[in-house]
Design a protein around this ligand. Structure first.
Ligand code: NIG
Ligand code: FE
Length: 452
């Protein structure tokens, strides 16, 4: 047993709702002078220090020195399988070119592909391990990781295998996503339907195929997906979760993502890809409304776990999103790094009752940061989210965006013992100090990882 004690402020994020909306995003369930008791990989008791201490005879004790503890961040949108930074794009943008202009001239996503195609799986796995380890040191305990820079069947599968190999070496949790539909690769530029067919007929079936857990490195850390109903239930998605457990075997991907955008894939193509994902039992999510407005209605029928970016979301769609189980994931790191002047309308989303999550979008083109605290800073200063709203979006709502709110995202008995301790006295400081790492300790499923 492990006892985290002498916690100055414990942000439990406990509560009946599996996902937070509106005013509920500001309720962090704070316990002062608190302790958390863990047994194995799970949390078994949470509360005032004296009360918990009585149940914790013979537990290994970690004195948190009155610091702030909260659920480990859930970074629900990252692209960690790439080989090199994109410094040419970076300089061209500084000189005034836009993301789309750079992509049209052969830069952008396509310029990351050759290096991934020629990389060994082992070296891609090293890159992923390096990224998730640094994320973990900044307080992130669960990471969604996408493929998407291979863009042929062999390289996309190799990317997913690299994610699986990295998961086997990572104490936190990784959720893998196939993003074969990131852009149409150069060799298919005049035959885009053929590329969509390749995603549907080759990549998705291979990504969805179950492999024996005993033979699959890292499969124990790849989490089964919980299905939510498309409509919000009275208990807001809490009800009895319907499990699609992968039992003793696991898939290379749990989700299929599509970059649905001008210059990438159309809504019609996205729907074909989502239909294939559904046939193969995979969840779906999409990059949407990053550069241009797209109506969400045609995609919501697929019950996407999340729609991400949404800077250019159509205001008329907000009520529809508020009624759905889909989480909207905002990625302000990308807007910051692209030097854009307008960020996503977070306040309008919150006021409309849309479930919001925050994630890094870690990738070499638009958001080279692994830091959730940096994203929280941007959420507060640029999206006008309150520190409490930002923290809820980065924990319990991030978990909901991965359909993992039953096991992640809050500090409650029965949940995974994923905890981050920050070297601050007040939770608002997590969002306040930027550009330095205040994370002091991380517990991944009951195992103390780092203490500074
Ligand atoms: O989320 N927009 C699409 N995908 C990434 C960017 C990928 C890249 O430029 O390499 C994003 O911003
Ligand atoms: Fe992205």
């Amino acid at each position: 047993m492990l006892l985290l004690t002498n916690i100055g402020q414990l942000l439990t994020l406990r509560g009946p709702a599996a996902v937070r909306r509106g005013a509920a995003m500001r309720e962090l369930g704070i316990v002062a002078d608190a302790a958390v008791l863990c047994s194995g990989t799970k949390i078994i008791a949470v509360g005032p220090r004296r009360e918990i201490a009585r149940q914790a005879k013979r537990a290994r004790e970690i004195d948190c020195g009155r610091r702030v503890a909260l659920p480990g961040f859930v970074d629900s949108h990252t692209h960690p399988v790439f080989a090199a930074p994109r410094l040419v794009d970076f300089e061209q943008r500084i000189a005034g070119a836009t993301y789309e202009q750079i992509a049209e001239k052969g830069g952008g996503i396509r310029s990351s592909v050759d290096a991934v195609r020629s990389a060994l799986r082992r070296s891609l796995a090293e890159q992923v391990v390096s990224a998730v380890t640094r994320m973990n040191q900044h307080g992130t305990t669960t990471v969604e990781a996408k493929s998407g820079y291979g863009l042929d069947a062999a390289s996309e599968i190799k990317s997913l295998e690299a994610i699986r190999a990295a998961a086997a070496r990572f104490a936190g949790t990784i959720v893998p996503t196939l993003l074969g539909a990131h852009v149409v690769p150069r060799e298919f530029s005049t035959r885009r339907e053929e590329y969509v067919r390749l995603v549907i007929e080759e990549m998705i079936p291979r990504a969805a195929r179950k492999t024996d857990a005993a033979k699959a490195p890292g499969s124990s850390t790849v989490r089964p997906v919980m299905r939510a109903s498309s409509r919000r239930s009275a208990s807001d998605g809490q009800g009895a979760p319907r499990w699609r457990s992968s039992g003793g075997s696991s898939r290379l991907a749990e989700f299929v993502d599509v970059f649905c955008e001008r210059g990438a894939f159309t809504v019609a193509e996205t729907r074909l890809i989502f239909e294939a994902a559904r046939r193969h039992g995979l969840g779906v999510r999409a990059h949407l409304c990053q550069l241009s407005e797209t109506a969400v209605a045609d995609l919501l029928e697929f019950e996407p776990a999340s729609l991400d970016h949404m800077e250019c979301a159509c205001p008329a769609d907000l009520p529809l999103l508020a009624q759905s189980s889909t989480v909207i994931t905002l990625l302000p790191g990308a807007d910051y790094f692209l030097g854009l002047l307008s960020y996503a309308p977070a306040r309008r989303f919150i006021e409309a009752g849309v479930a919001l999550a925050l994630a890094t979008d870690f990738n070499p083109g638009t958001s080279p940061t692994i830091s959730m605290p940096m994203v929280l800073s941007l959420a507060c200063t640029q999206l006008q989210m309150s520190p409490a709203e930002a923290i809820a979006a980065a924990t319990i709502n991030g978990a909901a965006a991965l359909r993992l709110a039953h096991s992640k995202g809050s500090i409650e008995p029965g949940k995974d013992a994923d905890v981050a301790v920050f070297d601050v006295r007040d939770h608002r400081e997590i969002c306040y100090w930027f550009g330095e790492n205040r994370c002091w300790a991380v517990i991944n499923r009951g195992v103390l990882q780092a203490r500074r």
